[in-house]
Design a protein around this ligand. Structure first.
Ligand code: CTP
Length: 401
């Protein structure tokens, strides 16, 4: 009888600050080099010492890495460089076979290679770094987004580079005048989308839950929603976009009008439109379909400088999330009866924390159809983070220099 082969365990570490699809693609490739992927998320202190303060603190970075569908285990507070001691711990305690990193040089402040020891031990493997995206590039796009801020002067420019790169490729896009441009260099291919997809449709009698939004800078607020929902309802989880939604106050006013009721299962936590929705909380669905608004729609609602990430970039980030079954790449702002029928949607959900949108008239409510059908539901957003929060953090980090 053949002995069952020991699974190959691989380790990838990183900061995963402002998690983007380049990070997700790195994790996907790392997972393909073995059977189980263990990810080390570098501590805040280690990032500060090696490349300047992170925008997202460790607990948010942990949420993001944990949500990626190719990740099996996560270690928090990982060191920035693989030391002799830590490498021994990886081999002996975590049973790691290989240590993996992108093919970009990763140098420590003293100029040495952060993976020298792993390479010497013959336990190092490399994946291809994803072109066209980096934290530095995203920060550049965000600073442009805060229009009034002039980032063309060279002092600011170089302080940002110092903060968001660590010796390798300086990914800032310098325009003719030395200003940062907002051009995405990402070229979406059908192959990449296939690599990120689950490739499975809903089963015959699956209840399909629909959620839409911009999912710009897919962040911990988006993911936590899915997490909380999963533990509460015991289903595959869901996601709520807080970037493009209803104004909380205006929306609540609207709901009160048509009969606001608090859910009897969770007390005040979930606001339901009518009491007949209470039963929905137990099991809302089996298949999560996420609608991602196209760039024009997001610009029209959020301003010309949004979205920061384009439609395809946003789609890949959402697809990498373990709670998501399928995405609509370029979903309409208003949910029509037609769409509900076509996709066989059984409920439409939205988060309670959303960025301000102009819903002047109740008849402009994009959820009017699902509301009238009695399949619309607002879920409480557990984390008070929106894309604006993240942008604010960047600007204040930047000013700290
Ligand atoms: N990575 C990648 N492609 C990118 C960005 C990162 O493959 N576009 C990989 C890195 O090579 C590393 C892992 O993702 O193996 C974790 O990255 P992190 O430590 O966060 O790396 P950075 O290189 O700093 O990424 P960024 O510049 O985007 O912050």
């Amino acid at each position: 009888k053949k002995k069952k082969k020991k699974p190959i365990r691989v380790y990838m570490d990183g900061c995963f600050d402002m998690m983007h699809y380049g990070h997700c693609n790195a994790l996907r490739q790392a997972r393909a080099l073995g059977d189980q992927l263990v990810v080390g998320v570098v501590s805040d202190a280690e990032i500060i010492a090696n490349k300047g303060p992170p925008v997202t603190p460790l607990h948010e970075r942990m949420i993001m890495v944990n949500a990626v569908k190719w990740v099996d285990e996560v270690i928090s507070d990982a060191p920035y460089a693989i030391t002799e001691d830590f490498m021994k711990k990886l081999f002996d305690e975590y049973n790691i076979d290989y240590i993996i990193h992108g093919d970009d040089p990763c140098v420590l402040p003293d100029g040495t290679d952060a993976y020298a020891l792993a390479k010497k031990a013959g336990r190092y493997k490399q994946i291809k770094r994803t072109e066209g995206v980096s934290s530095t590039d995203i920060v550049g796009r965000m600073l442009l987004c805060t229009r009034e801020r002039s980032i063309s002067d060279s002092h600011n420019h170089s302080s940002l580079q110092r903060q968001f790169s660590h010796g390798h490729s300086q990914k800032f896009e310098a325009g003719g005048s030395g200003t940062i441009t907002r051009v995405s260099h990402f070229l979406p291919t059908s192959r990449r989308i296939v690599q990120f997809s689950n490739g499975k449709g809903p089963g015959d009698d699956a209840r399909i839950v629909y959620i839409d939004g911009a999912f710009d800078l897919f962040h911990a607020g988006h993911v936590e929603r899915g997490n909380e929902f999963k533990s509460k309802c015991g289903m595959a989880g869901t996601l709520v976009d807080e970037d493009l939604g209803l104004v909380v106050t205006k929306h609540n006013k609207f709901m009160r009008k048509i009969g606001l009721a608090y859910d009897k299962y969770t007390g005040k936590k979930d606001i339901l439109l009518t009491s007949r929705f209470s039963g929905l909380l137990e099991r809302l669905g089996d298949f999560l379909l996420v609608g991602i608004h196209n760039d024009q729609t997001v610009s029209a609602k959020r301003g010309a400088h949004r979205p920061i990430m384009n439609l395809h970039e946003r789609s890949l980030s959402v697809l990498a999330c373990q709670y998501v079954d399928e995405v609509i790449i370029g979903a309409p702002w208003e949910i029509s009866k037609d769409m509900i029928t076509t996709f066989n949607i059984s409920s439409v959900v939205h988060g309670s924390i959303a960025e301000n949108d102009d819903f002047q008239e109740e008849r402009d409510n994009p959820y009017a159809v699902p509301i009238s059908m009695g399949i619309f539901k607002v879920l409480d957003s557990p984390l008070d983070i929106t894309t604006t929060t993240i942008i604010r953090r960047i600007v204040s980090n930047h000013e700290a220099y």
